[in-house]
Design a protein around this ligand. Sequence first.
Ligand code: ASP
Length: 325
Amino acid sequence: MTNRRNFLKGSLLAAAGTLMASRVKSAVEPKSPTIKNKPMVISTWIHGLEANEASIECMANGGSCTDGAEAGVRVTEADPDNMTVGIGGFPDRDGNVTLDACIMDPTGNCGSVTFLQHIKHPISVARKVMDETPHVMLSGSGALQFALECGFEKENLLTDKAKEAWEKWKVESKYKPVINIENHDTIGLITRDHNGDLAGACTTSGAAFKMHGRVGDSPVIGAGLYVDNEVGGACATGMGELVLKTLGTFLVVEFMRQGKHPQVACEEAVMRIVNKLPDYKDFQVGYCAMNKAGEYGAYCIHPGFNYALHKDGKNTLIDSDSYLK
Ligand code: ASP
């Protein structure tokens, strides 16, 4: 145990050293004199509009694509009226708000927290896991312990509104997760910065009234989010189990690697679900993606999924095409 602690401590110190070195390096390196790309952001659902604005602002102020991804989804996490992400999220069937999040940077580094309670900004804890530990994923009480050690504050995340909804749900207590547009809405967000580098973030309270301990696709690298800076990035929303069973966003990125347009890549990843998982009609899944060239696309199973695109200074909500009409 002591050895492991020492190992972790040593690794953390080493990681912190590397981080500081990279921060010092970026502080002394001159900024690129020519702006090669206008930053661009794509994200899931209508709450993506506000997230995109924060993300673009962060990158306009010199933030990297990773900073932009984190800054964007933090807006959604902090909104108590958003009942599917961060504070105010619907609880599980026992009344606990448990959060999942992950982040991925252009070097292929990534961090994730699952089943995290009491912390409003799981994405920033995931970022710390990525930047300051030798690990990718921390879960449950270990993730909470790490968050507290990093200085995050413990908060009550169950708002009166979410508690009321949970109490209403308890009257019938249907444990089968009914995932449709009303009770889920992860934010997944992909950024491209001035240098053309790609990053992504994904954060959620998961399926409303889920079983205690249930973790969905959103914090799983390759399921809820995947980014390859040479190719593109993709994020997912909807019934996490379907996305997990097909490693959806990894698939989208691999299709893009084969030269497919992001739109086609999203369609083929949805078709993988349709062809492999017989219960697909009962659930929604939506993907959105952006490639290195700034081309984008989205697709979903049922009509109703939309995504926010910030491109060339315009922030627009777009209805995704769907497999079922
Ligand atoms: N994908 C999330 C989950 O299954 C939910 C959602 O996107 O709405 O946890």
